[in-house]
Design a protein around this ligand. Structure first.
Ligand SMILES: C[S@@+](CC[C@H](N)C(=O)[O-])C[C@H]1O[C@@H](n2cnc3c(N)ncnc32)[C@H](O)[C@@H]1O
Length: 212
C-alpha cells in the first residue's frame, strides 16, 4: 500500500490506503454514523432487486449462493436476510475491525479478506454466485469502476450483480465500464435508477447486471 494521511471524514480519503485505514479506525462507530444520517444503500439495493425480478421475470434463487462485496459490519447481510434470501452468504471485506462486527451477526459463511483492486484478481472463486451484491462500496477512491469486472467474475453465468452506490460517482466512469462490458457481451444492464436519496440530499445510483 502507498503512504497515506489519516483522514477524519471518508470523503477526504484520496486512495485505498486512506479509505481502509479510516474504516479500520472507526469501525466501532460505523453503524451509529450511518443510522444517524438515515443511510439507505442496502435498503435501496434490495428494493431494486425486487423490482428487477418483477420487471424482468428473472428470479434469483432465495436458497442460492450470494456474496456481499464490501460487507463492512454486516448491515448489508442483514438486509439480504430481511429481503428473504435464505441461502449461503459469503463476504469480501478487507478491514478486520469492520468484519469482526459482521461476524457477530452470524450471517456470513466464508470471509475473503481481499481488497478489490483494478489490477489483481481476489481469492474469491469465479462463476460461483447466484447474486453478487455491493452496498456503498464502489466509489472513485478505492473500489473504483475498474474493479467492477472483478465483481462480475464472481457471478455464475446467468447470475445477477447488484450495486448501490453514491450517484455522484457514476457518470463518466462506472457507466462507461458497464457499457464496455455490454459491448463485450459479458453483461446486460437490466436496471439503473438514480431517483432515490442515499442520504441527506445525495442521490443513489442503483444498477443491476445480468451476467451472460
Ligand atoms: C460504507 S461501508 C459499507 C458496508 C456495508 N456494505 C453496508 O452496507 O453497511 C464500505 C465498506 O467497503 C469496504 N471497502 C472499501 N474499499 C474496498 C475495496 N477496494 N475492496 C473491498 N472492500 C472495500 C470497506 O472496508 C467498508 O467496510
Amino acid at each position: 500500500m502507498t503512504s497515506f494521511d489519516e483522514v477524519d471524514k471518508i470523503d477526504d480519503a484520496k486512495n485505498s490506503a486512506e479509505e481502509l485505514n479510516y474504516y479500520e479506525r472507526t469501525a466501532g462507530d460505523y453503524e451509529r454514523r450511518v443510522k444517524s444520517i438515515n443511510f439507505q444503500a442496502s435498503e435501496l439495493c434490495f428494493k431494486a432487486l425486487k423490482v428487477f425480478e418483477e420487471e424482468t421475470g428473472i428470479s434469483i434463487p432465495k436458497d442460492g449462493k450470494f456474496i456481499d462485496v464490501g460487507a463492512g459490519t454486516g448491515l448489508s447481510g442483514e438486509q439480504l436476510r430481511i429481503a428473504g434470501f435464505t441461502g449461503v452468504v459469503d463476504a469480501l471485506e478487507p478491514v478486520d475491525t469492520m468484519f469482526a462486527l459482521a461476524k457477530e451477526k452470524g450471517i456470513y459463511s466464508t470471509r475473503y479478506p481481499d481488497m478489490l483492486s483494478p489490477d489483481k484478481e481476489t481469492s474469491v472463486p469465479g462463476k460461483a454466485y447466484d447474486l453478487v451484491y455491493s452496498c456503498s462500496v464502489f466509489t472513485n477512491r478505492s473500489a473504483t469502476c475498474e474493479c467492477l469486472p472483478e465483481a462480475v467474475r464472481m457471478a455464475k453465468n446467468g447470475g445477477v450483480i447488484a450495486v448501490a452506490m453514491n450517484g455522484d460517482h457514476w457518470e463518466g466512469t462506472f457507466d462507461l465500464v458497464v457499457r464496455r462490458m455490454e459491448d463485450e457481451k459479458i453483461v446486460e444492464l437490466k436496471y439503473s435508477d438514480a431517483s432515490e436519496e442515499l442520504f441527506g440530499g445525495t442521490k443513489a445510483r442503483v444498477f443491476i447486471l445480468n451476467k451472460l
